[in-house]
Design a protein around this ligand. Structure first.
Ligand code: PGA
Length: 256
């Protein structure tokens, strides 16, 4: 089964109104109208509307987080319903920076994943091991626990409506990417576990790689059989770097 590559730019807590203006101008002028892969960007909440109204139609837009609740007395949070109302397509769930800095546990992440689907947003479930876990041989256990929590809450059908992003914590923002082989090993493991639940869904679900992905390593990473694109942090912050990754996805999507 061939899966469409997805290049997703996670801007994290970067940007300004001017930055959005420039990035949207670049995407509108540089990204061809017809592409055989998908592109998405994830700005901070307050820049979402600006991105949604100025992006090319075929670029998706998503938030970096959402509340696990529909609405109510939850000061400072934003619900899936509001994001959908605004015109978001996607949302990141359980990014390691939120798991670590905001103590988001597996159950909370699973609830957020369910909320996203409830309002028609595509959740990108971020999973990944720490350096200590990798060094102690606990990578598979750590990654699978994070996915299992979502599976337990929503089931395989609904998990299959989302996207998974494998992001080894030790590779995020460090400049030190996992090798293509290291990424493939984990992606293949995830897919093989999902096969035990549902073969078709396991083959259909996209698994992105994230962690110091850039123009120079994107081709090698995305050409791995179980790597279906990337969740890009640092290299999504300039149009030139982001487009360099898109160009690699373009080549692969045309079989070059
Ligand atoms: P990075 O971040 O590309 O800067 O390593 C990736 C991510 O956290 O999504």
């Amino acid at each position: 089964m061939s899966r469409r590559l997805l290049v997703a730019g996670n801007w994290k807590m970067h940007g300004s109104m001017q930055f959005v203006k420039e990035m949207m101008a670049e995407l509108n002028s540089s990204l061809p109208a017809k592409i055989n892969y998908d592109v998405a960007v994830f700005p901070v909440y307050i820049h979402l509307y600006d991105v949604i109204t100025n992006k090319p139609d075929h670029v998706k837009c998503g938030a970096q987080n959402l509340s696990e609740y529909d609405d109510g007395a939850v000061t400072g949070e934003v619900s899936a319903k509001m994001l959908a109302d605004l015109g978001c397509d996607m949302v990141l769930v359980g990014h390691s920076e939120r798991r670590i800095r905001s103590n988001e546990g597996n159950e909370e992440v699973a609830k957020k994943f369910a909320q996203a689907l409830k309002y028609g947003l595509t959740p990108i479930l971020c999973v990944g091991e720490s350096l200590v876990q990798r060094q102690s041989g606990a990578t598979q256990t750590a990654v699978w626990q994070q996915i299992q929590a979502v599976l337990d809450l929503v089931g395989i059908e609904k998990l299959g409506q989302g996207v998974i992003a494998y992001e080894p914590v030790w590779a995020i923002g460090t400049g030190e990417s996992a090798s293509a082989e290291q990424a493939q090993e984990v992606h293949q493991f995830i897919r093989s576990q999902l096969v035990l639940n549902d073969d078709t869904i396991a083959r259909r679900i996209r698994i992105l790689y994230g962690g110091s992905c850039k123009g120079s390593n994107a081709y090698e990473l995305f050409s791995m059989p179980d790597v279906d694109g990337g969740l890009i942090g640092g290299a999504s912050l300039t149009a030139q770097d982001f487009m360099a990754i898109c160009q690699q996805a373009d080549k692969l999507s045309q079989g070059v």
